[in-house]
Ligand binder design. Structure first.
Ligand SMILES: [Zn+2]
Length: 247
């Protein structure tokens, strides 16, 4: 069943002028990154309200930072998988390409993706809670927990979006600009259960009247009925197959 769909997806991509890609936790999980939701997910082991809310951080910044420090240390050992590389390869061959990821790691960048935004922030960045400036700090473990701003001495926080917070403004703006300026030929949504309404909204609205929506996931999702092509399997297996014709 997949074989025919993969062939079709390949044809669609080969004639696509503009491509919009949405990725989620499943794409990172194949690189060994712990996922938050689902079986064995981090949120089964720890209540997200104790580490991923502004209230938790205000109450106990050291506890929150120890948890993020451990996530960062774990990520240092993760490398991009064939799905990340396939998307970077696709980007090099499609002039009009934009990737929006829900992942906070930088595995897409490591694989060579360039035109992308992180809707839920970046775990390798710290942000000053007073000045609201953010910068990259790849040290893991961090030498001081909780870390403080070298400029003003205020607490630093991970530059990720927590529960109850507004999603990354810059990522929203860049996504909406990309989608407003063109009618997208192909939308790929990979490795996400698409629980967030804005993800569903963008995936559906971006394809316009003629675009093709390709979903890649190991299992059926709430989004599957809206997909033109629903490919079952790991993105690290499926994506390299559908971009095979791109050198
Ligand atoms: Zn500061």
């Amino acid at each position: 069943m997949n074989e025919e769909a993969i062939h079709h997806a390949r044809e669609v991509l080969n004639s696509a002028g503009s491509v919009f890609v949405l990725t989620g936790a499943g794409v990172s999980a194949e690189s060994g990154v712990s996922t938050f939701r689902g079986q064995g997910g981090l949120w089964n082991k720890i209540d997200p309200m104790t580490v991923a809310t502004p209230e938790a951080f205000a109450r106990d910044p050291e506890y929150v930072w120890r948890w993020y420090d451990a996530r960062r240390a774990e990520l240092q050992h993760c490398r991009p998988n064939p799905g990340h590389f396939a998307l970077a390869q696709l980007e090099r061959n499609i002039s009009d390409y934009f990737l929006l990821t829900q992942n906070v790691d930088d595995l897409h960048e490591q694989a060579g993706s360039r035109n992308l935004a992180h809707i839920h922030g970046r775990i390798w960045e710290v942000r000053c809670t007073r000045e609201d400036t953010a910068w990259e700090d790849r040290r893991a473990p961090l030498p001081e927990i909780p870390p403080r701003c070298p400029q003003c001495g205020a607490l630093l926080r991970p530059n990720v979006v927590w529960f109850g917070e507004i999603i990354n403004r810059e990522a929203i703006d860049r996504t909406e600009r990309f989608l407003a300026e063109r009618e997208v030929d192909t939308v790929i949504i990979a490795g996400t259960q698409a629980q967030f309404p804005y993800i569903i909204h963008w995936a559906q609205s971006s394809r316009g009247a003629r675009g093709t929506l390709i979903e890649i996931n190991t299992e059926e999702t709430a989004f599957s009925p809206y997909a033109d092509l629903s490919l079952r399997g790991a993105s690290g297996v499926i994506l390299p197959q559908i971009v095979r014709d791109f050198a």
